[in-house]
Design a protein around this ligand. Structure first.
Ligand code: GLC
Length: 508
């Protein structure tokens, strides 16, 4: 071999060595990066752990806070708002009623035709549309004029259908899904905004009056006959269909629950003179807090950066508005800790860019190569193709965050059942089995509404599974969770009917 040949061979060998060294370094760095990702995931799993023992502590804390919130105003982070709803619909309601449903991502207008004589709802018509983002932080007039205009359009189109002439006053149920201090079943003042709404000067204002004024500005002849929270509307529809319905829960943009409280519990706590037949209490459980809740640094950061820090802590761990953003924060951290995702995408820094329906799609992606996960990472977060094991890791993050949410939600529901003696532990509302000391669990129905529960199968399954774990299967089989589609709106129309002065009320 000549000098040139030797030099060439040496050059090639050196190049091969360098290439090999580069590959080894890359492999080592990839492995280190992967290990860091796994560590982030393990820390998340630890931080979000919800063993049944911890869930039972949450159940107890919920029941204790419910007592405290009922006992005095400000006695708990749970507001336990009295609704003045004593008469849940019975099926005897008759006539045509309208409803407006405002408070989540969508705004709905409905017309409900009630047959009376225990007939079911004859028909109903719903029109949905997203609430324009800018209205959530605009002015009272802008928001309410928008609502009144949509209502007027709807009524105009329905005039022939309903048979009500333009001169007649129509009665309306208004579902306003924010914390409201009710003065009666048809009026109340806003306590605070939640779920990203923030309209100046509205806090402390009479909500029905704001709507009534906007309707008269638009020349609409309508009367607000009931003002309700979405939980209360859902309970009303649940009770209309099944008289064993004792509580309702919303799992949507926000989360909240209400339940039927015994008259004596309210009289004792609030010193009211009479609450014949009990009363529905709007818990505003989104603001529930307990040291037993498993909280991570992601939750703390989300809270700090939200428009309502130190507020709605339970809601921020559970509801549809926030789950996607918790996942985004974890993926951002992973991407910062390791280059497996490539350079950190600027999209990962955008709050709320990863919406909960997207995490449901990723979580439930059953394609062999997780193509949906790849698509959402690419299209929404601008993260180019990542290896399959990294996609699997992202699915795992969705799983951990959603599982915690669903299990905490289940604990919340059992907390309510405990408070009203329907958790199988022989509370005041359960009755003794014949001849035995053992208390028998009564059939108990909880009405549920909201896309997080109806559209996200894994959330629903984890929630149901946790109910069984906490209550034990023997008790859990008596607790029925029943979905009420459009319950919040239809229920408001039903309540408008049962509160309507023109109706002979057949109360519970
Ligand atoms: C928020 C509101 C509450 C509502 C819930 C579900 O938590 O404060 O009133 O019921 O969202 O929409």
């Amino acid at each position: 071999m000549g000098k040139v040949g030797v030099a060439l061979a040496a050059g090639c060998a050196a190049a091969a060595c360098v290439t090999a060294a580069v590959m080894v370094t890359r492999r080592m760095s990839r492995r280190r990066g992967w290990r860091r990702l796994v560590r982030v995931l393990e820390e998340l799993e630890e931080g979000c752990a919800t063993p049944v023992g911890r869930l039972r502590q949450v159940v107890d804390a919920m029941a204790v806070e419910m007592h405290a919130g009922l006992a005095s105003e400000g006695g708990s982070k749970l507001k336990m708002l009295l609704t003045y709803v004593h008469n849940l619909p019975t099926g005897m309601e008759k006539g045509i009623y309208y409803a407006l449903d405002l408070g989540g991502t969508n705004f709905r207008v409905l017309r409900v035709n009630l047959g009376g004589q225990r007939s079911t709802i004859l028909d109903h018509d719903v029109e949905r549309q997203p609430i324009p983002q800018h209205l959530m932080t605009s002015t009272i007039e802008e928001l309410f004029d928008f609502i009144a205009t949509k209502l007027k359009d709807f009524v105009g189109r329905e005039e022939n259908v309903s048979g009500i002439s333009a001169e007649e006053t129509r009665e309306l149920g208004f579902t306003f899904s924010f914390p409201v201090k009710q003065n009666s079943s048809s009026s109340g003042t806003l306590i605070k905004w939640t779920k990203g709404f923030s309209i100046q000067d509205m806090v402390g204002r009479d909500v029905s009056q704001c709507l009534q004024e906007a309707m008269s500005r638009k020349g609409l002849n309508m009367q607000v006959a009931s003002l309700v929270n979405d939980t209360v509307g859902t309970l009303a529809l649940g009770h209309y269909h099944d008289q064993d319905t004792v509580a309702s829960v919303i799992f949507g943009t926000g989360t909240n629950a209400c339940y039927l409280e015994r008259a004596d519990a309210i009289i004792k706590c609030q010193g009211l003179l009479s609450t014949s037949g009990g009363m529905v209490v709007n818990m505003e459980w989104g603001n529930f807090w307990s040291s037993h809740l498993p909280r991570t640094s992601y939750d703390a950061d989300l809270d700090c950066e939200s428009p309502n820090p130190n507020d709605q802590g339970f809601e921020k761990m559970i509801s549809g508005m926030y789950l996607g953003d918790i996942v985004r924060r974890v993926v951002l951290r992973m991407s910062q800790e390791s280059d497996v995702f490539g350079p950190v995408s600027s999209k990962l820094l955008v709050p709320f860019i990863l919406r909960t329906p997207m995490i449901a799609t990723m979580h439930e992606d059953d394609s062999p190569n997780l193509m949906e996960v790849a698509r959402i990472l690419r299209d929404t977060l601008q993260i180019p193709d990542v290896p399959l094991n990294v996609r699997k890791l992202v699915v795992k993050v969705c799983d951990v965050v959603t599982r915690r949410a669903a299990r905490l939600a289940a604990a919340g529901i059992v907390g309510i059942l405990k408070k009203i003696g329907r958790d199988g532990n022989g509370g005041t509302a359960s009755c003794k089995a014949k001849g035995g000391g053992q208390s028998k669990m009564r059939r108990t129905v909880v009405a549920v509404e909201g896309g997080l529960y109806t559209n996200y199968t894994m959330f629903r399954e984890y929630l149901n599974e946790a109910m069984g774990e906490i209550l034990g299967e023997d008790v859990a089989e008596h607790v029925i969770i029943r979905v009420m589609d459009d319950g919040s709106g239809i229920g408001a129309a039903l309540l408008a009917a049962s509160h309507s002065a023109s109706l002979a009320i057949d109360s519970i």
